[in-house]
Design a protein around this ligand. Structure first.
Ligand code: 8YV
Length: 322
């Protein structure tokens, strides 16, 4: 067996940062998708067939079919905090370790949540499109009137690390904070936040911020019925996962003026988009870039790599999911 064959084989599904690859390359036999080809599930299965570890991202599905095709698999490191793309039960049953990348992305993602909130509230992208189209001929009192942010009520659905980071920022805007979470947030007092029922949050919040993991329980948590109970001046922001919002219902609610606006970073079935959303001028849309600052993304990518290196050395994993 040559030296390189004795190294554990790791499939790196997406083009990664050079400094991260430089950490992995001396230790592992890498199958790095350096040119960022879009691998089909079948292609990924074929590449995983003789791999001991996978280094994936949130858009790679790690399901039973992939695990069945990779009998030598011992470790899955995902460069994401979310793990809904991984069949954790199936991994556990096969003794495959799973790690994710919490914390390193929290502040950048909270910044992005606020970017979408402010941009949607004040119609930033809508008015920019209008301006760039050469439609600005005169100033008017009622041009692009938006929603107040200062002193309003923020409803946070999912008060985990990112939700708390969003709440901390809200204090500077003099906001009331209401939230839902499985359990009371430890820093509730410090954040000045009150835990309420979802129905009350939807009724009272000016801004409804989704920051919870996707699971069968959160599938279409916000659909037609929920949107109907929100204020007509409310703004919905989703930086969590597509599928938590029913995109078809959201587009209809925005067209009917049931709510004022939305800020979306994630979509059901992304990168495909529901056309109804594209037709709404009152949505600020970004392509799943919540964590996309250089330091956050390199931090996530490096943390995933460090988990792989710890696994290879037989050490405790830094951020195990189970
Ligand atoms: C990732 C994310 O950038 O961490 C997550 O769960 O959704 C984003 O921060 C993206 O999913 C790549 O894995």
């Amino acid at each position: 067996m040559s030296h390189s064959e004795s190294k554990a084989r790791v499939v790196v599904t997406r083009r990664n940062f050079p400094e991260v690859i430089a950490e992995l390359e001396p230790v592992f036999s890498l199958d790095h998708n350096a040119d960022d080809t879009l691998w089909s599930p079948a292609e990924l299965r074929a590449r995983a067939a003789n791999a001991q570890a996978l280094y994936v991202v949130a858009s790679d599905k790690v399901d039973g079919a992939l695990l069945d095709a990779a009998p030598g698999l011992k470790m899955v490191a995902t460069g994401s905090v979310g793990t809904n793309h991984i069949d954790l039960e199936a991994c556990r049953a096969r003794g495959i370790a799973v790690t994710n990348t919490p914390d390193v992305l929290s502040e950048a993602t909270a910044d992005m949540a606020w970017t979408l909130l402010m941009a949607a509230a004040r119609r930033v992208t809508e008015s920019e499109r209008w301006l760039r189209a050469g439609l600005w001929q005169r100033w008017a009192w009622d041009q692009f009137l938006g929603q107040d942010v200062f002193g309003s009520t923020l409803g946070i659905i999912g008060m985990g690390r990112i939700g708390s980071a969003i709440a901390r920022r809200a204090r500077g805007f003099g906001m009331q904070i209401v939230y839902t979470n499985r359990s009371p947030a430890a820093n509730e007092l410090e954040l000045g936040a009150s835990r309420v029922e979802l129905s009350e949050l939807l009724r009272s919040a000016d801004y409804v911020m989704l920051v919870l993991p996707y699971s069968p329980a959160s599938h279409h948590l916000i659909g037609a019925a929920e949107l109907a109970t929100m204020k007509s001046s409310a703004v919905l922001i989703n930086i969590a996962r597509g599928g938590i919002v029913d995109d078809v219902a959201l587009a209809l609610a925005l067209k009917k003026g049931q709510i004022a606006a939305a800020g979306l970073d994630v979509y059901e079935g992304e990168p495909a988009l529901h056309l109804g959303l594209l037709e709404c001028d009152n949505i600020v849309m970004t392509p799943h870039i919540g964590s996309a600052t250089r330091s956050s993304r390199v931090g996530m990518a490096m943390l995933a790599a460090q988990n792989l290196l710890a696994w290879q050395r037989g050490e405790a994993l830094l951020t195990p999911v189970h």
